[in-house]
Design a protein around this ligand. Structure first.
Ligand code: PRP
Length: 179
């Protein structure tokens, strides 16, 4: 698997430090509240796990799975709910936890869907922001790293469902994928 990797964009150490910083900010901002962290599967899984253990608040977690990419490297713009939340989010302070925001299509759809359920607030925390690719403008409340427009894998991010378990974020060698 390591042989398929080009440049390591963000190291384990950088992820750890930045995640701790974000968790500190979140703990401050939500002081006195018990936010509901909503992890968007599958990519957000590793970030949620690391982020939540640094948050000094009584958080709850829930999961939602949506799909917009399939096995391709480009977003199709079509979003489908594959698995919905278990929790009722009415009156809750919701924090969406994502691995990456690219075009913004997925997040835009998720926010619209969740807003209709009447939560007290909705904020977004993403590890990676590929801001150059944005098609839908969405305010991001907590961002780990702004990254260039390169196809990245690792730390939850896949290509063809592989590479999610790499502990860092890296660029896949171009010969490893075809668009
Ligand atoms: C990725 C990522 C976001 C979305 C971002 O998920 O986790 O949900 O794409 O892309 P966008 O901003 O262009 O909409 P993906 O659909 O690859 O599913 P996965 O997390 O299960 O791999």
């Amino acid at each position: 698997m390591e042989n398929d990797i080009g440049e390591i964009l963000i190291t384990e150490e950088q992820i750890r430090e930045r995640t701790a910083e974000l968790a500190r900010e979140i703990s401050e901002d939500y002081r006195g509240k018990d936010p509901l962290l909503i992890c968007i599967l599958k990519g957000g899984l590793m970030f949620l796990a690391d982020l939540m253990r640094e948050i000094q608040l009584p958080v709850e977690i829930d999961f939602m799975a949506v799909s917009s990419y399939g096995d391709a490297t480009e977003s199709s713009g079509i979003v489908r709910i594959l698995m919905d939340l278990q929790r009722n989010i009415q009156g809750r302070h919701v924090l969406i936890v994502e691995d990456i925001i690219d075009t913004g299509q997925t997040l835009s759809y998720i926010i619209e869907t969740l807003r209709a359920r009447d939560p007290a607030s909705i904020k977004v925390c993403t590890l990676l922001d590929k801001s150059a690719r944005r098609e839908v403008e969405i305010p991001l409340d907590y961002v780990g790293f702004d990254i260039p427009d390169k196809f990245v894998v690792g730390y939850g991010l896949d290509y063809g469902e592989i590479y999610r378990n790499l502990p860092y974020v890296a660029v896949l060698k171009p010969e490893m994928y075809s668009t």
